[in-house]
Design a protein around this ligand. Sequence first.
Ligand code: HEM
Length: 399
Amino acid sequence: MSTETLPDHVAEHLVRDFNIYNPPGIEGDFHQAWATLLAEDDSSPLVWTQENEGHWLPTRSSIVEEILTDYSRFSSRSIILPKSHSADHGLLPTTIDPPEHHFYRKTLNHSMAPAAVNAMGENIRSIVASLIDGFVDKGGCNFTQDFADILPIRVFLSMMDLPEDDIPQTKYWTDQLIRPDGTITFADALQNLKDYIAPYVDQRMGKDGTDMLSRMINGQTNDRTLTREEAIKLSIQVFIAGVDTVVNLLGFVFLFLAKNAQHRAQIIEGEISVAEAVEEILRRFPLVTVAREVTEDIEFHGVQLKAGDMIAAPTPLAGMDNTFTPNAEDVEFGRKRGNSLTFGRGAHTCPGKNLARIELRIAIEEWLRRIPDFHVDQSRDVSFSSGIVGVVNELNLRW
Ligand code: HEM
């Protein structure tokens, strides 16, 4: 799109060349690429890009936080960029605003409460241990393929009581929704996932199964249960949100640990608990960029927004924004807890955060117990991709 087609209400000096799927410098570092958006002063709190059908971008993490919490002005009815993809999305509970949103969240919160997730601890530990034991004697691994791509999906399918054989196919459709490569349309990938989950929903609706899928779709709130259609939309959203995020976060976490022996030593020597280390690493490496639709004509931070405009809410900014957390770029274990947007904010704050935390904690514990000293394989490039969820494309480690 060229500046000729700039919407009337967008001032030319606010236009920036920024593609959320390909931010400048992404080949070198995902978070540095996003940091190019951060404002040096208060002169342009919001900028406009013509990419992805045109949308606003905040240049400060505090504004991202405001957007995520203010659902009356920034609605979740469209959360995907470009906006035309949002029309095909329509999943639950992500695309519903409060107060209707509370109904769907209650059943999710219940099935992902700390007690339900903690009960998975030993199962997660045995999956982690068996994966590492499979390659520890080889002196190296393709971390992405041999570990990160497998662990969260196995944990998730086990919690949902779904067959492991389904991993390759479902992963392809999930990937296409989050970082499309053009081999299938957004609508088709979503439809395939719906067709995949529907028979499981049908088998389990109205029954008293104890797996996470059964508990989610049969949860009773406000005197009613979910309809079949709602149950499918909710299950698919949990599938997409629950698998891809942890897979990709593991890449950032282990890339950091591989490059930082001193931080590893702090954990191994018990100077810092693994749980505390996880919090600081999570703060530094947020990776999700959803969006919101502006609900009415407003002036926001001195900029005129029109009803229907899209505005991105890039959480990766928060890991790099010194106005949000002092020395944000430095991973400082033991710092007074920094400001984090990694799990979002407001009504849609991630309900899977307990599960994500426990998976990360156990992965680090078991890894460092077996492989305390490791580094990035210098003979292989490390590259990154951006999208709704950022990713380290492939990470090869040696020890
Ligand atoms: C490190 C891993 C994870 C990160 C960084 C992450 C991040 C996020 C963020 C930023 C949001 C807010 C989206 C918005 O405001 O529109 C969100 C929502 C959500 N996440 Fe996560 N997530 C992670 C893991 C998980 C897991 C393991 C699950 C499930 C098993 C999960 C399920 C969901 C669901 C269902 C929503 C939608 C909630 C709603 O709309 O009310 N996430 N996540």
